[in-house]
Design a protein around this ligand. Structure first.
Ligand code: PNS
Length: 176
């Protein structure tokens, strides 16, 4: 009997992917045989980038990682993880403030799929303050984002927040 492939799922909104996400992806890719980065369709969150754009940005960022693939996640994460034959769900933990939400999700996912463990990787301290929301705000206000996100994502953000012509609705929801 052949050795079983140890496959993990790293889920998230990735709106947009940051250097913090990439750090977790690279480290999880070393721990597991295969890593599936699952980009969630989140009906409760208004996203800046479409699902296709987020998937595309991640494909570009992860092209150098042969055991990483990017998929979209519709519906329950626990069910998706079971369907792809994963043994683990990976999440990054930045600070104590992340803990309560992560604890709640991990507990629920364990109830839904008891055979799948959630593994938390501590975010590198360099990225402990980083979040997609804060990156979007800095980009929207014209601040430097080059050290916060991969180059292709910085390009997309600059494009998205480029000054609009008068009368065109701004993607942030503000009129210009
Ligand atoms: O990057 P985020 O927004 O913190 O990721 C949250 C995500 C996508 C992991 C979470 O919302 C999720 O798992 N969504 C899929 C639907 C689901 O399974 N919900 C129940 C979670 S216990």
């Amino acid at each position: 009997m052949g050795e079983q492939v140890r496959r993990a799922v790293y889920p998230g909104s990735f709106d947009p992917p940051t250097m913090g996400h990439l750090d977790i992806i690279q480290r999880a890719a070393r721990l597991f045989d295969e890593l599936i980065v699952a980009v969630a369709v989140n009906s409760q969150k208004q996203s800046l980038f479409s699902l296709d754009e987020r998937v595309q940005m991640l494909r570009e960022c992860c092209g150098h990682l042969p055991n990483v693939r990017i998929a979209s996640l519709e519906g329950l994460l626990a069910r998706f993880a079971q369907q792809v034959g994963a043994c683990a769900i990976v999440r990054g933990l930045r600070a104590v403030s992340d803990f309560e939400y992560e604890f709640q999700m991990a507990t629920m996912n364990r109830q839904l799929a008891p055979e799948i463990d959630t593994c938390f990787l501590m975010t590198h301290q360099q990225y402990a303050f980083l979040s997609s929301s804060i990156v979007k705000e800095v980009a929207r206000l014209g601040g430097a984002i080059e050290t916060l996100v991969p180059p292709n994502v910085a390009h997309k953000l600059r494009e998205r927040f480029a000054p609009q012509t008068a009368g065109t609705p701004h993607p942030s929801g503000e009129s210009t």
